[in-house]
Every structure is written in structure tokens, then in C-alpha cells.
Design a protein around this ligand. Sequence first.
Ligand SMILES: Cc1cc2nc3c(=O)[nH]c(=O)nc-3n(C[C@H](O)[C@H](O)[C@H](O)COP(=O)(O)O)c2cc1C
Length: 241
Amino acid sequence: MTADTTSNTTANTGKTAATSVPVHPLLAGRWSPRGFEAAHRLGEERLRALLEAARWAPSAGNSQPWRFLAAHRGQDAFTRLLELLDPGNRAWAGAASALLLVAAETADETGRARPWALYDTGQAVAALSVQAQTDGLAVHQMGGFDAAAAREAFGLGETLTPVVVVAVGRLDADAVLPEPLAARERAPRTRHPLESLLLPAVPAVPAVPAVPAVPAVPAVPAVPAVPAVPAVPAAPEGQAA
Ligand SMILES: Cc1cc2nc3c(=O)[nH]c(=O)nc-3n(C[C@H](O)[C@H](O)[C@H](O)COP(=O)(O)O)c2cc1C
């Protein structure tokens, strides 16, 4: 087994994003692999650096709503987390060095809702991912897990919402994966064009007022039926009319 003790900034460059303009290599080089080195062990210092990066993420009112449950491969909690994953994720995530259950505290101690808790927690995981990339580690976030079962299995209170399970480890480009996972691992990374993400900055064009409805032309009253003219009795034969 190999334990991480040092930083390594060269990993995971195989699927570097083809960006429209240059961006930081850590961002362009990050991707979500399924092939992990099954013998790699995540050192405590490395794990701590990941969590520390997450800890310093910005959050609404500095509320810091993110919570992490970390388990190394081989630990009981790792096995329990693995069992909570959807089958497609369970097929590869067991080779990760650690699994993290990430939860968001969606209300404060007084019960007041934290509307940005999920957003903030995502930012913390983003920071963790970049730190992992710096340290030569790979991260793969998974929404495909049984959140209700996770809440139950780890005794999470009402205000804690399980958000993702994160696989952390060292990329193994030669890992043998079943299809269709192997094909996905080889596939180029894609994104929507940048322009398609941009909302128009112009004020919305006011709606054209609706043309007032033309009042309905009153119905022409029906012409009263002309009473039938009584038939003039025929003059008797031989009389002038
Ligand atoms: C919230 C979230 C949930 C995700 N859930 C899964 C998942 O359940 N299984 C999986 O294989 N990948 C999952 N991913 C990874 C995405 O599929 C991946 O980030 C996306 O396809 C872009 O690929 P890239 O990260 O390699 O650039 C998830 C990512 C995020 C952020």
C-alpha cells in the first residue's frame, strides 16, 4: 500500500478540458474518474488538507453549513457507505481510498432555515476537489446513493440533509471497469458552449399591451313575423268584385 505524504500537482491530466480560453490547469485538469488505485491509502494529513480546503469555503453569513463523515477503505463506515450507493456507483467506488458523506445543515440551532446551505456545501466540495487536484488525488462526487438510508445509518438529525458521497483516491488509468463504465471513462469531457449559458443582460422587452377586445356587435333583433294576410274570400260567381 502507498500512503500519501507529499503534494503532487501532475496527476489526472489525461482528460484536460478543451477550454475556449486558458483557465487554471488545476481546473482544466480536474475530472471525475471511476478508475481508482485499489492499493492506494489516503494519509491522514492529505485527508485533513481536503477538509481544511472545504472549511475555508465562503458561505452565507459565514454559517459554514457543510458537514463531513470520512471513512477510509477498510473501515466499517466505508463499507456501510459503499452499500448505500446505487449499483452503478458501487461497481467502481470500492477502489477509492476514502468515501466522504457530505451533508448540509439546513437550519441553525434556533430552527431558522438556512436557504443557502446546499449552495454553500457545494462550494465547500468544489474547494475540496481543487485541493485534491493539487495533491495529485482524484475526486468523484456521487448523488446516486440512498440519502434516507444514509440518514438512518449514521443517525443524522432532521436538520442535516445528506447531499453527496465523494470518492477520493488516486486515479488508475488502467483500472478494469465493466461496460458502460469503461466507455464513459474513455469518453472526452464535454460542456455546453459558454455562450449558451449567458442570460441576456438587456431589460426585458415590455409585453405589447393586448388589443382591447372589440365589443360584440349587438345582434340584429329578429324581424317580427308578419301575420299572415287573411285570404280574401272569393267573390261568388257572376258578381263583380
Ligand atoms: C452533485 C453531483 C452528483 C453526481 N452524481 C454522480 C453519480 O451518482 N455517479 C457518477 O458516476 N457521477 C456523478 N457525478 C459526476 C458527474 O457525472 C460529472 O461531474 C460530470 O459528468 C462532469 O464530468 P467531469 O467531472 O469529469 O468533468 C455527480 C456530480 C455532481 C456534482
